[in-house]
Design a protein around this ligand. Sequence first.
Ligand SMILES: [Cu+2]
Length: 134
Amino acid sequence: MKTSTFARAVLVALTGFAMAGPKPALADIKDYEFQLVQPTVQVGSDRVVTVRLLNKKTGKPVPDAVIFATRLDMAPDAMEEMVTKVTPVPASEPGSYSFKARFSMEGRWQLSLGAKVQGETGTVDNKLVITVQK
Ligand SMILES: [Cu+2]
């Protein structure tokens, strides 16, 4: 089935473009990225996920960023409709940001984060994959 294979390839390519999204005009916002402090959490309620916002050039954590978009869903396991609420909670150190969520199912969950960094134009847009285990 050559036609359907081609159609699928086109769909994958289009999806890739859509997921890449608009890029910020300035290069320096790209020097920032979120990293998961712990890549694995357990199934259950009130699990805390902590991320660190790093300046990749200096290697230093970035405090006081404004997190304005969060979404947590099972897109990596083809269940993007499986969404769970993300509640910010205080983090233990500057440059770290914590969120509370209920993970109802084991598998891969994707945390989408948007952030504004003080003194920088544009936004940090990252998607992090959390592995949830029983
Ligand atoms: Cu699921």
